[in-house]
Design a protein around this ligand. Sequence first.
Ligand code: UDP
Length: 328
Amino acid sequence: MKLLVTGGAGYVGSVCARVMIEAGHEVTVVDNLITGNRDAVPDAADFVEGDVSAVAADVLGGSRFDGVLHFAAQSLVGESVEHPEKYWYGNVVESLDLLEAIRRTNTPRLVFSSTAATYGEPESVPILESSPTRPTNPYGATKLAIDHAITSYTGAHGLAAVSLRYFNVAGAYGGAGENRRVETHLIPIVLQAALGHRESVKIFGTDYHTDDGTAVRDYIHVYDLARAHALALESAVAGRHEIYNLGSGSGFSVRQVIETCADVTGLEIPVEEAPRRAGDPAVLIASSDKAISDLGWSPTNTALPTIVADAWEYTRALGDRAHSAPRA
Ligand code: UDP
């Protein structure tokens, strides 16, 4: 298929672009490079620099595309609480412009990067796709708004769409991994602390109702996540919007993640206890049974030490290219 990948210079988007190319698809990446890295875009992909709202209509209108994988987004929970405007404009308005470009050009398929944050604080875990959606932060609220827009576009305009609700994505694949200019995610932060690129890891909240008092998340390997996108694209049916959770099905607390990183790296990781981060739910664990049964998805790298080991190999190999590396 000929595919447009928005946000293909970002972490998840660039790994997915690679996996799509490996599966034999032809990929054009659109990215404004505000948070993405140009060198993360696979060499075999065409590249167009710009905001989705500015360039997607021209790209999709320029030749016939079989589908769009939409990753471009603002994606930080904490920042979304402090700067909701960045999320409502950057996520919702940009995505509506993309949906319009898709409709006008009759592009048949869309796979959307949704999130576990659409569910908010769950009543029970594991979280099913039928669980209530009550986001606790603007990031989750904006992704949910786009999911609703996609549902109405599929019904009215015959688009074939799949939303994939990611839990906590980590690890690396094919030389692509987490190397953000501003890092807020737990595993890369812990590995940066192991390397001495930051003084310590702050544990946000030690008074949650969990076994050790720290928040629990379900970590999924970025390669397994990318494979699910390839399957979602093939399974999409005109006029339908399917939603699938993607996680590994088990939860690890912040302290357990830090311990696993210490084991994998063999290095000491200094920690500091800090207040809860606004907008963070206590426990998020996925049921991915629907993706496994409907898509034939079979995640293979579900063990947390494997995910951390791949992230560690990538982080160490970055050397001076790491945005967190001390500058001379
Ligand atoms: N976290 C933490 N210290 C950090 C970064 C994250 O304690 O420096 C916690 C965060 O509060 C959450 C979990 O680790 O409970 C995972 O956070 P992350 O930002 O990686 O992903 P999110 O769950 O927000 O998508």
